[in-house]
Ligand binder design. Structure first.
Ligand code: AVJ
Length: 334
């Protein structure tokens, strides 16, 4: 990593101990569930990059096309000298589009839970943009983030429909948190997958090459490796379906038979056909989006979509505090 690059670290929220704790809690809960953020170890991140290239997985290429088409407009809206803060940056491919479109960008601060991914990506960006101040922040963007020093207006970037992994309550909590971090004059560029024909959604999470299945089941491999677990990879299957009423894809790991597994010295029994939840992927429509934005103290300044209306990139502006609806749960409850 670049020796001169400063970085901020809140990694205690993102390490092996956190995984250990979450897995034991998740396997003891009913129904069983493991948080989606743990899908992204080195192999999981590589498999996700592969998913993004699949013919069925339209999300990444559609969002990239929207960003390309409207990057200059985003740059004009944000204005000169702002600081770009990315939530869950992964390999930062899309960030380059904004970095190049934002005039006199003062800072690029990618926040990511995966230390290796973050360091590699930040070093590469620093090399490609030697004059840009790059400040990698290792943290879970849902939790506390160390103070980031920057001048100018703050522009948040949360692409990829990562917000789709969050339940509505979690998405609201995220937006409130982002709103605080970005400040009163802050803005947020948010990528969201839209509601569409169920078959199209089903195919995107059940690709014919089996990459999505490998991505989901990698969680078992990770437990075997990091938590001395004894999962038989052939004894479980990936399952993904679209629940139209809820407007979300649900993803599970299903046990193919009755079996017992050891994880970090604890024994867990799985009934035949019992499933373990790994992900939600919420799909939005215009009304959902407006409600979501307002619940987090933002208003929608602009919505850009592709011609097929598969995906949306929205530009959210912070609603000045006095006008803002208070975050849910703080009113009338004290
Ligand atoms: C990274 C959360 C946007 O929900 O589409 C893709 C993750 N899981 N295929 C999504 C995912 C299975 C992805 N997000």
């Amino acid at each position: 990593m670049n020796g001169s690059m400063l970085s901020l670290d809140y990694a205690e929220t993102a390490d092996r101990e956190d995984f250990h704790r979450a897995v034991l809690a998740g396997l003891s809960a009913r129904p069983r569930a493991i948080p989606a953020k743990f899908l992204y170890d080195a192999r999981g991140s590589a498999l996700f990059d592969e998913i993004c290239e699949l013919p069925e997985y339209y999300l990444t290429r559609t969002e990239t096309a929207i960003l390309k088409r409207h990057a200059a407009e985003i740059g004009r809206r944000a204005g000169a000298g702002c600081a770009l803060i990315e939530f869950g940056s992964g390999s930062s491919v899309k960030s380059r589009l904004l970095i190049e479109a934002l005039p006199e960008l003062a800072l690029y601060a990618p926040i990511d839970i995966s230390r290796e991914h973050l360091d590699v990506t930040a070093a590469r960006l620093q090399r490609d943009y030697p004059k840009l101040r790059v400040l990698p922040v290792c943290a879970d963007f849902m939790g506390p983030v160390p103070p980031i020093e920057s001048s100018g207006r703050r522009l948040g970037f949360f692409p990829g429909s990562t917000i789709g992994n969050l339940t509505p309550a979690e998405a609201t909590a995220f937006l409130c948190h982002a709103r605080q971090l970005l400040g009163d004059d802050g803005a947020l560029v948010l990528g969201v997958d839209l509601r569409k024909a169920p078959q199209r959604l089903h195919d995107a999470y059940n690709d014919s090459a089996g990459v999505t299945a490998a991505f989901t089941l990698n969680l078992l491999r990770r437990m075997n490796r990091e938590l001395q677990a004894t999962f038989d990879l052939g004894g479980f299957a990936h399952e993904a379906f679209y629940d139209e009423r809820e407007g979300r894809i649900e993803i599970y790991i299903r046990s193919l038979r009755e079996q017992a597994v050891w994880v970090a010295g604890h024994r867990f029994e799985f009934a035949a056909a019992e499933r373990m939840h790994t992900e939600y992927s919420y799909k939005y429509d215009a009304a959902d989006l407006a409600t979501l934005a307002a619940s987090g103290g933002f208003r929608i300044a602009e919505t850009w979509t592709d011609p097929e209306q598969l995906f949306a990139v929205v530009y959210l502006e912070g609603v000045p505090q006095k006008e803002a609806a208070r975050p849910r749960g703080t009113l009338g409850r004290a």
